[in-house]
Design a protein around this ligand. Structure first.
Ligand code: MCA
Ligand code: AMP
Length: 494
């Protein structure tokens, strides 16, 4: 892929690509920044040759500059979660052998010690930008481009590696399926270390020549004001965001609610994904705004796989059909494809959209594929031509507000508390979060534990959204004959 044909950010000249705070950036400007950043990263060499470069930057023009700059210079971009506790970064940085970290201002201050200890060069975007653009490498599309960390059932997150070709496949299928054009304007308030923010919103928009308004967080009043002003015609969010909007409507004047709902009603598309959209929420949104939510299904390892149609029936409680270019099949426990409707099976995926590998983890990569199909661990059923997600095969994965959390990772941290003898973490159905992290705790003899004290203790040891929303003290955790905690029993106890 040469610089001229690099399609990730179209060259739409003076048209606005990004709005960051009060400032608009044209495609020409952003492209210029990216080339200067890529040149600075290269430091006179011809290619970064898949050097791992991490960045700790919220959604902003600097984020786009860093991400695309690494791509253009031939590196592997590793966008980190700016909401993570610094203690959680150690594993990502060491397992990926990161050599350089890009962060600005306060973020840079919080990372200084860590980077020094891990021998990682810490620099700001400004430090890297070179005045003059140097020759940039031609990047073969099979080369590695990005690594995103995802929680699995194991304790530590794994680095999901996608190539330039993977990203291209993930983006182009959505542009076609959801009819992106350069006239689209979309807000981005989701975190930019996950596919939802990176691919579905940012990359689709930049590729189509559309405009993204960048927010460092989900600022309801600010975003609502833009919605009333008809700034956006496309809106993509996790179900929790729609729940939070409806909760917000209950706290403001009806007059204002009508105006915001009017703004949503005039959009061409509202999408929900990353977690199940309850039918009740789907119906509430439709009655408030007239919008029929388009629900779709995806995963870090595959981008988007299944989507309700843009122009045909969008069915509540269903995720739709395989996206163009994506092969989806349901498999039974004997690894046979299920060819009939109404029979549940594991969703498996094939296509250019599927990731290359888990970084430096051949065992996990091999285990996640069977006969060339990527095994998602999600269970679904096909009913009248549409897939419906029924759940996950593992109780150790929790989806809270769209974030995928590893119960084992949270348990590992909680076990370091002096009072805790044993712990089991599960996700409990919750109207706002989808699933709320709940910890069942057995205490050491004579120990006591208050919920608030535990929450304070967790601060800085894990991202705040992983901290249990409630705890239940229990004499002994239920275990099976093998000594393994029977989490379904805990769920049933509630
Ligand atoms: C925030 N809090 C949470 C969560 N988010 N607790 C549980 N689960 C969460 N997801 C807690 C904070 O710890 C804090 O607690 C309090 O809520 C307020 O935090 P704040 O950041 O102000 O909350 P918010 O701005 O309202 O955040 C809610 C959110 C956010 C916007 C829904 O969680 C979010 O951006 N979620 C989306 C994640 C996402 O993009 N996932 C996609 C990955 P305290 O007050 O106690 O400190 S999945 C994916 O990419 C696949 C491919 C796919 O299909 O899309
Ligand atoms: P992540 O690995 O963080 O990308 O999260 C991917 C997981 O989110 C999938 O494996 C599903 O379990 C879940 N997911 C994504 N979209 C949906 C949806 N529309 N309905 C139900 N679950 C979903």
């Amino acid at each position: 892929m040469s610089r001229d044909s690099f399609p990730f950010l179209t060259n739409n000249n003076s048209k606005t690509a990004l709005v960051d705070g009060d400032r608009d950036y044209s495609f020409e400007e952003v492209n210029g920044l990216i080339d200067r950043f890529a040149s600075g990263l290269l430091r006179g060499s011809s290619d970064l040759n898949e050097e791992r470069i991490a960045f700790f930057i919220p959604a902003s023009v600097d984020y786009v500059t860093a991400m695309h700059g690494v791509w253009r210079a031939g590196g592997i971009a590793i966008p980190l979660n700016v909401a993570s506790a610094v203690a959680e970064l150690d594993h990502c940085l060491t397992s990926a052998s990161v050599t350089r970290m890009i962060a600005n201002g306060n973020y840079q201050d919080s990372l200084k010690d860590l980077c020094q200890r891990l021998n990682i060069e810490l620099m700001s975007v400004e430090d890297v930008l070179q005045d003059k653009v140097s020759p940039l490498p031609v990047i073969a599309e099979e080369r590695r481009a990005m690594m995103l960390f995802t929680s699995g059932t194991t304790n530590k997150p794994k680095g999901v590696v996608s190539t330039h070709k993977t990203i291209q496949a993930q983006v182009t299928t959505l542009i076609d399926a959801w009819c992106w054009t350069q006239d689209d304007v979309i807000p981005l308030f989701l975190p930019v270390h996950h596919i939802h923010g990176i691919i579905n919103i940012l990359s689709c928009s930049l590729w189509s020549g559309a405009t993204v308004h960048l927010f460092s967080k989900f600022d309801i009043p600010k975003i609502s004001a833009e919605i009333i002003a008809d700034t956006y015609n496309v809106f993509m969010a996790v179900p929790t965001i729609y729940v939070k909007l409806i909760q917000y409507f209950d706290s403001i004047d009806q007059d204002q609610v009508q105006k915001i709902c009017g703004g949503f009603a005039r959009m061409r598309l509202n999408i929900s994904g990353s977690a199940a959209c309850p039918v009740k929420l789907f119906n509430q949104w439709q009655s408030l705004t007239g919008q029929v939510l388009l629900e779709r299904y995806g995963m870090t390892e595959i981008g988007m796989g299944i989507s309700n149609p843009y122009s045909d029936e969008r069915r509540a409680g269903f995720v739709g059909q395989a996206l163009p270019g994506v092969k989806i099949a349901l498999f039974d426990e004997q690894n046979e494809i299920i060819n009939e409707e109404d029979v549940a099976g594991e969703i498996r995926v094939q296509g250019d959209n599927v990731f290359l590998e888990y970084w430096n983890n051949e065992k996990a990569t091999t285990e996640s594929f069977k006969n060339g199909w990527f095994c998602t661990g999600d269970v679904a059923v096909l009913e009248r031509g549409y897939y419906r997600i029924m759940g996950r095969s593992s109780v150790d994965i929790i989806k809270s507000g769209g974030y995928k959390l590893s119960a084992l990772e949270i348990e590992g941290v909680l076990l370091m508390h002096d009072a805790i003898a044993e712990v089991a973490v599960i996700g409990v159905e919750d109207e706002t979060w989808g699933e709320a992290v709940t910890a069942f705790i057995g205490l050491n003899p004579g120990a006591t534990l208050e919920f608030d004290e535990l929450r304070t203790w967790c601060d800085g040891k894990m991202s705040s959204y992983k901290i249990p929303k409630s705890i239940k003290l229990i004499d002994a955790l239920p275990r099976n004959a093998m000594g393994k905690v029977t989490k379904p029993t805990l769920k049933a106890m509630l």
